[in-house]
Design a protein. Structure first.
Ligand code: ADP
Length: 255
C-alpha cells in the first residue's frame, strides 16, 4: 500500500435521517493510489457514506477533503469537476444514448473548462472532437465493450452494462473513483474480469473506494479495508488484519 498523502480524508462524518443515525463519527483515510474496501453488514451505512462523499447527501456533522481540498459543501457537480467519479448499486446509464455516446458524454464534460479557448480557435473544435472520439474508442476497447459501441445499454447483458458504467466513470478523468457494489449480479467469470479492470484503473493512477459484499473480491483486490457496523467504523487495516479482528467477526455473525 501507498504511504503518500490521503486522497480522501473523512473526519467525524455523521448522517441522521429523521432521527435514524445512519453514520456516526466516521473517520476514513484513503491513501493516493490505493484500492480501499468498505465492507459491513446490510444497513451499516456504506451507501450513505458514498452518497455523502460524492456530494449527493449533506453530512449532519463532520468534514471531508479530496486531494487535500475541503470538499464538504461542494455538491455533486463541483465534486465531479474536482475529480470524484462513482458508479451506482443500481445502474444509472443514459438509457437513450449508445454505449459510445455514454462514454463520449463523460469525456466531453470533463473537458468543458478547456473548450472555452475554442471560441478563439474554432478550428480546434474539429481537432478536439477527433481526439475525444479517439479517446472514446480507446476506453471502449480497454473495457471490452467496443463490440457494443453502437447499441443502447438496455439491450445488453447486465455484466456489460456494468462495464459501460465503469468506462463512463473513468472517462471523466477522476482522481478518485467510488464503486458501489460493482460485483452485484455478476457471475464468477465477470467478477474476475471486474477485478482485472479495477486493477487497470488503479494502474492509471486512480484511487479507488470499493463498497462490496463479495469478500473474496475485497480480500484479493484491496490494499486496506474499513469495516462499518451500525454506522461506525469498527475496524480499519489490511485485509488480513480486519478478517482476524474479533469485532468484525461478531458484527458479521450478528448480520
Ligand atoms: P448499506 O449500504 O451498508 O446497506 P445504507 O447506507 O444503505 O447501508 O443504510 C444505512 C441506514 O440508513 C439504513 O438504516 C437505511 O435504512 C438508512 N437510510 C439510507 N438512506 C436513507 C434515506 N435516504 N432516508 C432514510 N433512511 C436512509
Amino acid at each position: 500500500s501507498d504511504a503518500g498523502p490521503a486522497d480522501l480524508q473523512v473526519e467525524g462524518i455523521g448522517k441522521t435521517f429523521r432521527g435514524l443515525r445512519a453514520l456516526h463519527e466516521v473517520r476514513l483515510s484513503v491513501p493516493a493510489g490505493a484500492i480501499k474496501g468498505v465492507v459491513g453488514p446490510n444497513g451499516s451505512g456504506k451507501t450513505t457514506l458514498l452518497n455523502v462523499v460524492s456530494g449527493l447527501y449533506t453530512p449532519s456533522t463532520g468534514e471531508y477533503a479530496v486531494g487535500g481540498v475541503r470538499a464538504t459543501a461542494l455538491g455533486p457537480t463541483a465534486l465531479s469537476r474536482h475529480g470524484v467519479a462513482r458508479t451506482f448499486q443500481n445502474l444509472r446509464l443514459f438509457a437513450d444514448l449508445t454505449v459510445r455516446d455514454n462514454v463520449l458524454f463523460a469525456l466531453d464534460r470533463s473537458r468543458s473548462a478547456a473548450s472555452a479557448e475554442y471560441l478563439v480557435w474554432p478550428v480546434g473544435v474539429v481537432r478536439d472532437e477527433r481526439r475525444l472520439r479517439a479517446e472514446a474508442e480507446e476506453l471502449l476497447a480497454e473495457f471490452g465493450i467496443a463490440d457494443f459501441a453502437d447499441l443502447a445499454p438496455r439491450s445488453l447483458p447486465y455484466g456489460i452494462q456494468r462495464r459501460v458504467e465503469l468506462a463512463r466513470a473513468v472517462a471523466t478523468g477522476p482522481r478518485i473513483l467510488l464503486l458501489d457494489e460493482p460485483a452485484a449480479g455478476l457471475n464468477g467469470q465477470e467478477v474476475a474480469q471486474l477485478a482485472q479492470i479495477v486493477r487497470t484503473i488503479r494502474d492509471r493512477g486512480v484511487t479507488v473506494v470499493l463498497v462490496e459484499h463479495n469478500m473474496g473480491l475485497v480480500m484479493s483486490l484491496c490494499d486496506e479495508v474499513a469495516v462499518l457496523a451500525n454506522g461506525s467504523v469498527i475496524a480499519d487495516g489490511t485485509p488480513e488484519q480486519v478478517v482476524a479482528d474479533p469485532a468484525v467477526v461478531e458484527a458479521y455473525l450478528g448480520d
